[in-house]
Design a protein around this ligand. Structure first.
Ligand code: ADP
Ligand code: ZN
Length: 210
């Protein structure tokens, strides 16, 4: 099965690119952030465990996330393959993933300046039902507060505030950069210029997928 991995700082556009890829290719987007947010919304035991970590911008414990991904990947609905958004984020997670077979694997690092990323995060809005991503300044929903795709409520994520964003960047540098370096050493990492409009960034990625 084909596996794509999207890396990038918070606000780099991983989730948006994942949505585009899912739309155009036979690949299912799997976002650990979305899985965790839906667990919180449904107030499951996993959700209750994850909530404080997420609100503060810290990582949810490996063992919980690894298990959620393992379950998701065993669902059997991934015929063409899948694109991972937000996983793996630690070396432990990368190791767990490498234990799950795939016949082709490619990773993308979406690079943007921290200034641009923070700006995007602070004006970002997310559908609370389907996870679709909007931006108040550059990509607002057609009807204010209502998701174009599913009609769900579009709101600000509660970790898109200055303090949690700072912590997410710290975590990214400390724990996720080493994972990216590891994929770089395996020669399966492509670096993508992530600046500019979402459609432009996607044009830079698209041709590298098929
Ligand atoms: P972003 O990339 O913009 O920070 P995500 O939706 O990918 O947003 O992640 C939001 C939060 O969910 C993270 O700050 C973290 O608390 C939790 N999370 C998501 N994926 C993982 C993961 N692979 N490991 C641990 N925690 C995760
Ligand atoms: Zn929606």
């Amino acid at each position: 099965m084909k596996r794509l991995i999207l890396f990038g700082a918070p606000g780099s556009g991983k989730g948006t690119m994942g949505d585009f890829i899912q739309r155009d290719f036979h690949l299912q987007k799997i976002s650990t952030g979305d899985i965790l947010r839906s667990a919180i919304q449904q107030d499951t035991a996993d959700g209750r465990r994850a909530r404080n970590f997420m609100e503060s911008g810290s990582l949810v414990p490996d063992e919980l996330v690894i298990e959620l991904v393992r379950q998701r990947l065993s669902c059997g609905d991934l015929n063409g393959g899948y694109v991972l958004d937000g996983y793996p984020r630690t070396l432990n997670q990368a190791e767990a993933l490498s234990g799950i077979a795939s016949d082709s694997e490619k990773a993308f690092l979406i690079e943007v300046s921290e200034t641009e990323a923070v700006e995007r995060l602070l004006s970002r809005m997310t559908c609370s039902s389907c996870g679709a991503i909007y931006n108040l300044l550059t990509r607002p929903p057609r009807n204010s507060g209502v998701c174009d795709l599913c009609g769900g409520r579009v709101e600000k994520r509660n970790d898109d505030n200055a303090e949690a964003v700072r912590q997410r960047f710290r975590v990214y540098i400390e724990l996720t950069m080493p994972v990216i370096e590891y994929y770089g050493r395996r020669n399966i990492l492509a670096r993508i210029d992530g600046s500019g409009a979402a459609a432009e960034v996607y044009e830079r990625i698209k041709g590298l997928i098929a």
